[in-house]
Each structure stands twice: as C-alpha cells, then as structure tokens.
Design a protein around this ligand. Structure first.
Ligand code: ACO
Length: 329
C-alpha cells in the first residue's frame, strides 16, 4: 500500500538575526555570507522556546491542515539532532504537547537528511499497515549548539520546525497523491567532518571541553560541499527511478537549504530549471532536519505547490547521511 501526505505545517520563531548582527560577533560580512551561502538572515528561538515546543507547533498546524485529530495519531517520528534532552526522545514530549495519547513516538538522528529518513520510515509503516496516521516532524534548535565564535559555522544555521501528516493513499488512480519513491544512504567515513565531538558518552562534558567549545558543532565545510552535489544528484535520480518518473515530470525541487551554490549545481546536474527550484535559505538559513518541511509548507500555503504537483525532496548532512523522496501532493 502506498502512503500520501495529508497535510503540512511549520513553525518559525519570531526573532531575526541578520548577517550584520553576526558581523558584530565574528570577523565576517553580510557580503561574504550572501555570496558564499545565499543567506541574509535566520530565526533564533528565544530562551523560553524549546525544540519540542517548535515541533509541537508545526505538528499541530499539519494536523489541522490534514483534518486529523491528535487522538487519531498512531505514530510520531521526530527528526532532530538538537532534542530537548539526551533522554528521553523529543518525540515523547511532542506526544504530550499534542495530546496524542499512547501512540509510539521516537526520534531519528540523520541531521539534514533527517526529514527524508523520517518520511521513508513513515512510508514503510503505512505500506506494511503498521500505522494509519503518522506525524513526521523535522525540528532543530541549532542556535544552542553552534559555536558563536566560529565564523565557519555560526553564519549558516537557524531554528525552526516543519511537519507533515502521512496516511494511506486515499485514491489509487495514476495521478493520485502519493509518496512515489524514496532513497536513503549513509557513509560513516566522513563522520569526523561534521560532528559535535563532546557531550555524548565518548567525551562527557568537563570544564576543559567547555573552554574548547568541543560540545559545539565542528564542520569541515569543504569536505561536505564536495560530496553534497554528487550525492544529492545521485539520490534524486534514484528516487525518480523508484517512483518511475522522468525529471521533466518534476514540478518542484524542494531541497534541504544548506547553500545556494549546492542547490544550483544539483538542479543543473539533474536538468531542473531554476524556476522550479524552491528556496528560503535567504530568510531562514540552514535549519537541518527542519528545512525541507518548512519549505514545503511555506509553498503549499502560498499556493505555489498545488494538489497534483510532483515534488522532489533531498537532503544531506552529518553522518554523512543523505536521501531523497519524490511525492505527488
Ligand atoms: N566570513 C568571512 N570569511 C570566512 C568565513 C566567514 N563567515 N568563513 C570562512 N571564511 C574564510 C576562511 O577562513 C577561508 O579563508 P582563507 O582562504 O584565508 O583560509 C575562506 O573564507 C574560504 O573558506 P572555505 O571554508 O573554503 O569557504 P567555502 O567557500 O567552502 O564556504 C561554507 C564555507 C559556506 C561552509 C561551505 O563550505 C559549505 O556550504 N559547505 C557545506 C555545508 C553543508 O552542506 N553542511 C551539511 C549540512 S549541516 C548539518 O548536517 C547539521
């Protein structure tokens, strides 16, 4: 049995941090950030807002759009690398905030590929009839794990959440809404290139580690950039093959928003016209697991992505993990 997306939602915290704001904190400039990444500003959650608050707000909005009551939800999957706690999973806090009693709820960690991974899991639960109403959330509070003294990373990230509700396909005709094809991959050999070295069990936090900021994001940006274009292109081709569609049939490329230069190159290699490439990186930066569902929902609500449109989603991040999903809305 195929699955389909029944509704979408997102949440962005109100406070904006511009490139000029960051240029007061580290040696950088609005011009460098815009030219090298495409980012102008990003949202930063205020101290009282937690990851699970943003996730629950996005999930509520997706449930309303889908016309599904929280009591009908039978699985919650939260993709995040910035959960409220190391234990328990953020998904259990989201379950409580949604009022979705007794359904299983768990997190998955695949960084910027997290949403595609979570959607693939939801699709499998529905295909095997293990669930009928799955809430899939991508959420990140990256501003709290970024080293605000490292200009190589602090310019990139923002906070936010996006969500979809997934259910069994309601109509099995050729042109019906469906998750048409997915593809996920991991190459652990690049794990050291994008990592939070300390704070887990390998290196518990000490005052020395705090002084060295080893509990914050460390990234070799060039290492990731080099594989991103190649791997995102190949995973998109796999999702197209799995979904039995040609690239000409894709209405929108709704990719993870890491860098405009990566997006442009992936679209060019796939042969997707620039006007089909959706972006919001200039306003929200890189929100990791949250970026694809935020972009999806913004464009659904703006009326740009319409019922029947095919959308190709893809993401790559820490792991490195990458993947794609081809859907018809
Ligand atoms: N402002 C000014 N100069 C800077 C800045 C900055 N913010 N950051 C780096 N520089 C300097 C460097 O020091 C370097 O100077 P040097 O030549 O004197 O040594 C120069 O700019 C070039 O640095 P690079 O790191 O080579 O810059 P690059 O063009 O690669 O851009 C970036 C860096 C934007 C991080 C890019 O590599 C990138 O986007 N990488 C991919 C990131 C990604 O996709 N991550 C995965 C998702 S994130 C996740 O999973 C959580």
């Amino acid at each position: 049995m195929r699955s389909q997306i029944l509704g979408t939602g997102h949440y962005l915290p109100a406070p904006v941090r511009t490139n000029d704001d960051i240029a007061k904190m580290v040696d950088t400039s609005d011009e460098w950030i815009r030219e090298r990444t495409g980012i102008r500003e990003r949202r930063i959650a205020p101290p009282e807002v937690q990851n699970s608050d943003m996730a629950a707000a996005a999930a509520k909005s997706a449930l309303e759009a889908a016309g599904v009551a929280p009591s009908e939800v039978d699985l919650i999957i939260v993709a995040t690398v910035t959960g409220d706690h190391l234990m328990p999973a953020t998904a259990v806090l989201v379950q409580q905030k949604l009022g979705a009693p007794n359904c299983p709820a768990f997190d998955i960690s695949a960084a910027c590929a997290g949403f595609v991974y979570a959607l693939t899991i939801a699709d499998s639960f529905i295909a095997t009839k293990r669930a009928r109403r799955v809430v899939v959330v991508g959420v990140e509070l990256l501003s709290r794990i970024v080293n605000w003294q490292d200009r190589g990373t602090c310019i990139l990230f923002g906070d936010g959440a996006g969500a979809v509700v997934v259910g069994p396909q309601e109509d099995s005709s050729e042109s019906a809404s469906a998750v048409l094809g997915t593809s996920i991959h991991t190459d652990g050999s690049l794990a050291p290139s994008l990592i939070i070295p300390a704070g887990g069990t390998a290196k518990p936090v000490t005052s020395e580690i705090l002084a060295l900021a080893e509990n914050k994001v460390f990234m070799r940006g060039q290492d990731i950039f080099k594989v991103a274009v190649k791997n995102l292109t190949s995973t998109c081709k796999e999702a197209l093959t799995n979904g039995a569609l040609d690239v000409e049939q894709v209405d929108w490329l709704c990719s993870h928003q890491a860098n405009l230069r990566i997006l442009d190159q992936v679209a060019a290699r796939l042969g997707i016209a620039p006007e089909k490439v959706l972006t919001n990186i200039e306003r929200v930066g890189n929100t990791s697991s949250a970026s694809i569902p935020i972009l999806l929902d913004e464009n659904v609500r703006a009326g740009k992505i319409k019922k029947g449109h095919t959308v190709l989603m893809c993401g790559l991040g820490a792991g490195i993990s990458w993947g794609s999903a081809l859907i018809r809305l």
